[in-house]
Design a protein around this ligand. Structure first.
Ligand code: PHE
Length: 455
């Protein structure tokens, strides 16, 4: 059976390079910043359970599908979808799936960069000892001072955009592959240290395990289920072409199923560890679990402020958080940049400038939504909330739905069988059933539930 021609696209140096890059994309602010605060907002255990179910039943099969499409198309997501649609004699409109991904990536990066900028600011606050002996009120007011100052937020946002675009301009492989090899393990070690610190809080630690793992289904609303599903896509970087484009650099022989399991297990573990580090502090210091986007910035400094060597470890933690965000941002903008390069035939550097400047401007909406633009709301949501809701809760799950439909229904069985090359027929057929029926049905049901048709 003939395979589509290879493009000018590069390839990862090994299977591990891909796993590392995809894990780098998956592990980011979503795990450490967003997971704890949306868990807090949605009441804990039941939300966590739905999130874990979404990872297993929707996330894993969808990630396999997305990597598979990427490797078969071997171009930016728009061209990949166009080529694959042609190969399967399907409608050329499938290319709009690639488009929605490119747009979602830009929208997400616009606010992601502002939050990553806050993490950068915290590197300096921490190393300089600002948090030593800090009280919960003190930590809250340090965060408020930063969030209320648009100029400072813009400066950090600008810096973060520059470092992101700087790496993308050089091509993902050179800079990133090497540094991630020690950054990701270092992040895990620091996170484990924080969890160990949190166990000192005794009953509060038990209370937070209870909060995280003991489901109280009365707290589960339709919106919470949508957020859990949206977050499963967000945290695994699915539904917008980031994993597709990383898959497009994947060597032919690599097992997509094994890589997917490794990436999703690592990602889930890091999110749960972050929860276990943060909630004991929230309970021990009588903070609100639903503090929103500022949660980690108001809790972790308290831990660092009372720990031996806390200024150093705190600084290190935020450095690692910035790196985790960095490796995710690169994958957010990679589809858009590669599309510009492959479509407009301009240099990678130029494409980075165009996309970087555009995304930077869009990021101002998020900057202002933390201070004087707090009152600019649509449907009761600030600009930041709106961007987050639109991308994570709508665009990514919809992208995932169409990826599942394409991989399960449009693509011939022989094509997916050949591309996934799973040795055990049982595993292959399980995947096929999940991607044809379970994944699309789950996404549609959650949407209908939220729209209220089933309520
Ligand atoms: N997965 C990243 C995180 O958890 C965010 C992301 C979403 C990255 C979509 C790429 C694509 O922070």
């Amino acid at each position: 059976m003939s395979r589509p021609a290879k493009s000018i696209h590069g390839q990862w140096t090994s299977r591990w390079a891909f796993i590392l890059a995809a894990t780098g994309s998956a592990v980011g602010l979503g795990n450490i910043w967003k997971f704890p605060y949306i868990t807090g907002e949605n009441g804990g255990g039941a939300f966590v359970l739905v999130y874990l179910a979404c990872i297993a039943a929707i996330g894993v099969p969808a990630m396999m599908a997305e990597i598979m499409l990427g490797r078969r198309g071997r171009q930016n997501p728009i061209y990949t979808m166009r080529t694959l649609a042609k190969e399967e004699k399907a409608s050329p409109y499938w290319k709009y799936l690639g488009w929605s991904g490119v747009v979602a990536g830009v929208l997400i990066l616009s606010y992601y960069s502002v939050i990553a900028g806050q993490a950068m600011a915290y590197v300096f606050r921490s190393f300089s000892g600002v948090f030593e002996g800090v009280t919960p009120d003190g930590a809250q007011s340090i965060y408020a001072t930063l969030a209320n100052d648009p100029e400072r937020l813009i400066t950090w946002h600008t810096l973060f955009m520059i470092v992101t675009m700087g790496v993308v301009a050089q091509g993902v492989k050179n800079g990133l592959e090497r540094s991630l090899k020690f950054l990701m393990p270092a992040l895990v070690v620091i996170l484990l240290m924080l969890v160990a610190y949190a166990t000192n809080t005794g009953t509060y630690f038990t209370q937070s395990l209870h909060f995280l793992f003991n489901p109280d289904f009365s707290k589960l609303t339709g919106q919470a289920i949508l957020s859990a599903m949206g977050h499963a896509f967000f945290t695994l970087s699915l539904g917008m072409g980031a994993i597709m484009i990383y898959g497009s650099y994947l060597p032919d022989k690599t097992s997509i199923a094994k890589a997917t399991l490794t990436i999703s297990a690592a990602d889930t573990m890091i999110a749960l560890l972050a929860g276990m580090a943060i909630f004991p502090l929230v309970f021990a210091n009588d903070l609100a679990t639903n503090a929103g986007p500022g949660l980690i910035f108001q809790t972790l400094p308290i831990a660092f402020g009372h720990m031996a060597g806390g200024a150093f470890f705190g600084g290190l933690f935020f450095v690692l958080l910035v790196f985790a965000a960095w490796s995710s941002s690169i994958s957010l903008i990679e589809p858009a940049v590669t599309w510009l390069v492959e479509n407009k035939k301009i240099s990678r550097i130029r494409a980075c400038v165009v996309m970087g400047v555009g995304t930077w401007f869009l990021g101002l909406l998020t900057v202002f939504s933390f201070n004087f633009g707090k009152t600019w709301t649509i449907f009761g949501k600030t600009m930041f909330d709106l961007l987050d809701y639109l991308t994570a809760n709508i665009m990514l799950p919809l992208g995932g739905l169409f990826i599942a439909i394409f991989a399960g229904w449009i693509m011939k069985q022989s094509s997916s069988e050949q591309e996934l090359a799973i040795k055990s027929p049982i595993f292959y057929h399980t995947w096929r059933i999940l991607i044809r029926y379970i994944t699309p049905a789950a996404i549609i049901i959650v949407f209908l539930e939220v729209i209220g048709l089933l309520a």
